[in-house]
Design a protein around this ligand. Structure first.
Ligand SMILES: [Fe+2]
Length: 172
């Protein structure tokens, strides 16, 4: 089945409820939001980047269907640490809280542990500086930045993103 584990995650009622709660909490947020649409934007853009790399550079990706599943899972889980931030749960370490949430769901859907570890690393690293390789963390990070339409945003003046990080075009 295509996107086997992703489909399981999207049927998990607790996961869906968490995403809904996050969307609710960000309803008044001036800056970028982190709901299901954002997660799917990141998943799809990350997948496009992967396909382009395969086509242009002959990048060799073993088990492509499984990799697609891994990309989607990472994207669907990458920002759940925001909930901890908004709810002041261990507020000193919301990145770690996001990792804990991701582990819980990956375990519950029976996702292989060594693959889950790669997802968790990508979640930990996704908000740092972009690197030049195309591993899972960097693809997610690139997709995360490119999913934002900074050129159309009304909060540009107040936004903390660096000029470099801002997405000023739909091309990349
Ligand atoms: Fe994100």
């Amino acid at each position: 089945m295509e996107l086997e584990y992703t489909q399981q995650l999207l049927q998990d009622q607790e996961y869906l409820a968490l995403v809904k709660r996050l969307e609710q909490q960000e309803r008044q947020r001036l800056f970028c939001r982190h709901g299901l649409s954002h997660f799917l934007d990141v998943a799809r853009i990350a997948w496009i980047i992967t396909l382009e790399q395969i086509e242009q550079k002959g990048m060799n990706v073993e088990h492509l269907a499984q990799y697609k599943d891994q990309i989607y899972l990472t994207a669907l889980l990458h920002d759940l640490g925001r909930l901890a931030e908004y709810n002041h749960i261990r507020s000193h370490d919301h990145a770690q809280e996001g990792v804990n949430i991701a582990w819980k769901f990956l375990k519950r859907i029976g996702y292989p542990e060594h693959k889950a570890r790669e997802i968790v690393n990508a979640i930990k690293e996704h908000s740092g500086d972009e690197k030049s390789n195309y591993d899972l963390s960097n693809i997610i990070q690139m997709a995360d930045n490119r999913s934002r339409n900074c050129f159309f945003c009304g909060a540009q003046e107040q936004c903390y993103w660096s000029e470099e990080r801002r997405n000023k075009t739909i091309l990349w």
